[in-house]
Design a protein around this ligand. Sequence first.
Ligand SMILES: [Zn+2]
Length: 589
Amino acid sequence: MDQPYEVTARKYRPMTFSEVVGQEHITRTLQNALKTGQIAHAYLFAGPRGTGKTTTARLLAKALNCRSSDTMVAEPCGECESCQTITRGTSVDVMEIDGASNRGIDQIRELRETVRYASFEGRYKVYVIDEVHMLTTEAFNALLKTLEEPPGHVVFVFATTQPSKVLPTILSRVQRYDFRRISVGAISETLKMIIEKEGITAEEEALHLIAGKAEGALRDAESLLDQVRSYAGDNITLEAAREVLGVVDSERFFELTRLTAEADAAAVMGLAAAIIEDGQDPREFMLGYAEHLRYLIAASVGGVAALETLLEKEQKQYMESCELFGLEDYLRRLELVGNAAQSLRDSPQPWITLEATFLRLASMDRTVDLTALLDRIEGTLSGNPVSTVSSQPRKSDPKPQGDSSTTEGATATVSSADADLPPTDIYESEMGEGRSGTGGGYRGKGEGNSNTPEQAEAVSRHWNDIIEEVRRRKVTLGAFLAEAELKGIEENRLVLAFTGENHNFHVNMVNRHIDLIRESTREIVGHAYGVRCIKVEDRSGSGIDDVRGKHDLNQKLLDRMCQQDPNLKKIVDLFGARLEDDPGGRPGM
Ligand SMILES: [Zn+2]
């Protein structure tokens, strides 16, 4: 009554080149060769498993020997005696040799013997050697001899998943074709076609899930479909597919991300308990969550290509929730989750690892952006805390942000390359030129401008007042200026020399707030100056003790804040807002 069960992959193995999925670049080339009769003696089919290498090799054998024509055909008929025996695997003209199980020289010697005899039924003898890279060196060499003087009626097709392991001497004698992983979309479409032909139904999401799980191998997708079908019957639901494939409902991943963003430790423990109760494999969950984070990262950096394998609905969901964390935070989380998956591999108590990882995700510090940090210091020093900055922002305020005047250029590019810079390296501020300076006379090095010696003298005399004025407007900037040495005036700009390993940090700070310096100088000496920063190896001369006194005061404040807030200290250390009274310094930071 019932037909004998046949696995989908075999039942729906392509019978023509046009049915081969996702390898058009290869099938078209082969068909052109068949049309013109330009057949090579040896082909190498390289590519991942399950992508159609053996299928294509058989189709080539059929096309070469098809009886529907007197000569080779571009598309085998599938009906003639030759085509049918090849389909059944009983053709004496097509030999399939598994390189993995026939590694020995004897098999290849035998092969060399049979190669001499002409094709029995067909026009060509076709030798398909699967996993050819597994052959021993001796066997390779024997094979090579055959390739050096191939009889006209023989075609070799070598298939391999690892072309890099195939000897160069073989590679140089073959025509190589690289099989690609098949896209999720193409696999989905194929599964849909199979479902229809089988007269069963399946939810589109279920097929999509199976296709995604197959990692580019159609054959794997077909086997997975068989598995799900034998469990779910003739109506395949997403739920059933998830259960069979051990795929976690992505809602759980979204939930975990949301709960950790809210730093809700109790809720993440509840989630861990639910996962264990449902009998989900903690390691599978972690691997799935790592992928989830990857999608969130892709969404947050606009890497849409990475999301293409997802259904539109899912893509939208990722685009919506990617803003819960910043990129740095996602990367740190991904690392933690990856390590957890690794340690879950042989953990005797996987549920504890799962729970601990969830808790760590929920308690992980956020990467605070530097501008926000500075404003926070600013706010605290002036007794006027900036309320929008928090290391654990609420849901409504997903990313740490400074106030509107400082959000631009958010992440300071404080570099560790500092030490490598030559001492004369010059940083130009963007806004140094133009707007002011109308007098004549004084000229800086070279180019004409309108700064007078009187003005230069005034700036020098009032330098401490200028610093004070800047400090009044922005405490941290004032502190940084106090560290600089005023070298002179040049083209409407104050030439400031910075020293020490934090040079870049200071320069960035100064450049970001150049307007503030312009306003301050206008206030004090009646003239708006930009700034040109230069770096010097060492500093000596006037005003240092004076300046240092003030700086120490700030530093003590900063120290105290760091003691109260380890988060802040970490960042201060990281970005090298160095403690002046620490004589050791931190070279290379
Ligand atoms: Zn045929």
